[in-house]
Design a protein around this ligand. Structure first.
Ligand code: URA
Length: 196
């Protein structure tokens, strides 16, 4: 089955995900789940946390303020959204932009797992600590998990069912909006992606 069809199957399942506590909110607010966007043959996959307000309204990942920072970071290493695949762990917006809960990560994680198996990226760049922890655990790198401030910008080798890959934990682009880090700090971390 072509990749696009397999990804469409995942989308249809998420659309009907009545067992998720976020499903009712999505229907009530007349917004969309956010599955992912970009190149289905991408070598690099970015994994964020969960859609925010803009993303749920448009059904696209990173299309608000954080998305503009992400675009700037990609541009700094001469990459474009068209070359990469961007998704999140949690596919529906957690109410009022709170952090995703463990339960939500457990419900939506398997959809991300399937997206990884379909797209087969060589590099998975995580954005923020939730996706870093999820992906590091998924690829048996529990023993390497440290606070995101220590892991950021490093490449960890891992084995996927389809071959060797690298996991690169990065800070979430939103940290540049809250001024905890500058765009230059984030750009420095992004440079590592140039090697791939
Ligand atoms: N933050 C995320 O983690 N993901 C998005 O898609 C948007 C903002």
């Amino acid at each position: 089955m072509p990749k696009t069809e397999k990804l469409k199957e995942i989308k249809d399942e998420v659309l009907n995900l009545k067992r998720s506590p976020l499903y009712k909110e999505r229907v009530k607010n007349k917004v969309f789940p956010v599955l992912g966007a970009g190149n289905h043959n991408a070598k690099i996959m970015f994994v964020g946390e969960a859609p925010g307000k803009n993303e749920a309204e448009q059904g696209r990942p990173f299309c608000g303020a954080s998305g503009r920072v992400l675009d700037e970071l990609l541009e700094s290493i001469k990459m474009d959204r068209k070359d990469v695949y961007v998704t999140n762990i949690v596919k529906d917006r957690p109410t009022a932009n709170r952090d995703p809960s463990l339960e939500e990560i457990k419900i939506y994680g398997p959809f991300l797992d399937r997206q990884i198996d379909i797209i087969q990226p060589k590099v998975i760049a995580t954005l923020g600590r939730y996706s870093a922890e999820y992906i590091m655990k998924k690829f048996d790198l529990d023993f390497e998990i440290e606070p995101i401030g220590k892991m950021r910008g490093k490449a960890f080798g891992a084995k996927a069912p389809y071959g060797d890959i690298k996991i690169i934990p990065l800070l979430h682009p939103a940290v540049a909006l809250y001024n905890s880090f500058s765009r230059d700090d984030l750009k420095k971390d992004f440079e590592i992606l140039k090697n791939f």
